[in-house]
Ligand binder design. Structure first.
Ligand SMILES: NC(=O)c1ccc[n+]([C@@H]2O[C@H](COP(=O)([O-])OP(=O)(O)OC[C@H]3O[C@@H](n4cnc5c(N)ncnc54)[C@H](OP(=O)(O)O)[C@@H]3O)[C@@H](O)[C@H]2O)c1
Length: 245
């Protein structure tokens, strides 16, 4: 490989002056995404289920005029449709849609509850899919737009060597299937659909027992989106390492 080709492959295009939407942004990795996208000079629409209680997000919005806090519950079609319609009134296009909202439940065989399984499926699988469908329906995803879905390595078939965590594993594995179909269906429109694993992160979801902090995770994932990796139909973690399906 010639030196010029090599340098072209490693050149990164910084994400700046873009319109970013982060779904599930009032705490954890989502809040960190918002912080870092703002620091890079982007405009950000962040979502919370209850904006009046999104203290950290509201504090950020007081300091950053480019941050708008909006309301959506990804388990409610009524809420998603109303949110997407309002979004179309507020902005012209979405350059980066980060589907970050998610829930976990660690129940194992013997204590599984149908309603828990369905709740995780509604939030982790249907949530990102329906959000993407409505944002697309509103005409906000254009050629060059990137949709990035937050999955978990726990949804990988190959990586599952310990069993258990039925609801979480199944909901993220289903999200992976959904993401691949979206990537293939939207390819002709020039829309990239990426799948990202944040690492094991110290947030409420892990009772703050992860290996890395949300800042490190979000920084790694943003640099992944800025990299020249082929994002559609692949799956990477915050260190840009490819994960097996
Ligand atoms: N932390 C990890 O180690 C890890 C590992 C692999 C994958 N992930 C994935 O990374 C993403 C972020 O995780 P996190 O660790 O930052 O979790 P977190 O701290 O628990 O935050 C979850 C976020 O999702 C939002 N959310 C939950 N249900 C929602 C709903 N029905 N509608 C809208 N928003 C909803 C929460 O809002 P509320 O405050 O309103 O609940 C919150 O903003 C998730 O998709 C998770 O599965 C995390």
């Amino acid at each position: 490989m010639s030196r010029s080709t090599k340098s072209r492959l490693t050149t990164q295009a910084a994400i700046a002056d873009k319109q970013v939407v982060v779904v599930g942004a009032n705490r954890g990795i989502g809040l960190e995404f918002v912080r870092q996208f703002l620091e890079k000079g982007n405009s950000v629409v962040a979502t919370a289920r209850t904006p009046s209680r999104a203290t950290d997000l509201n504090k950020l919005a007081e300091k950053h005029s480019k941050l708008t806090v909006t309301e959506v519950d990804v388990t409610s079609m009524e809420s998603i449709k109303a949110w997407a319609k309002k979004l179309r009134g507020d902005i012209k296009q979405v350059d980066y849609l980060i589907n970050n909202a998610g829930v976990a439940k660690w129940a194992d065989l013997g204590s599984l509850q149908e309603e828990d399984m369905l709740h995780l499926f509604r939030t982790n699988t249907l949530g990102p899919l329906m959000i993407t469908q409505e944002v697309l329906r509103e005409g906000l995803l254009k050629s060059g737009s990137v949709v990035a879905n937050m999955t978990s390595k726990m949804g990988s078939m190959e990586d599952n060597t310990s069993g258990g965590s039925y609801a979480y594993r199944a909901s993220k594995a289903a999200l992976n299937a959904v993401t691949k179909s979206l990537a293939l269906d939207l390819e002709d429109k020039g829309i990239t659909v990426a799948l990202m694993h944040p690492g094991w992160v110290k947030t409420d979801m892990t009772n703050h027992s992860g290996l890395i902090d949300a800042q490190t995770s979000a920084a790694g994932l943003i640099s992944l989106l800025e990299s020249n990796k082929p994002l559609s139909c692949h799956w990477y973690d915050y260190k840009h390492e490819e994960i097996p399906w």
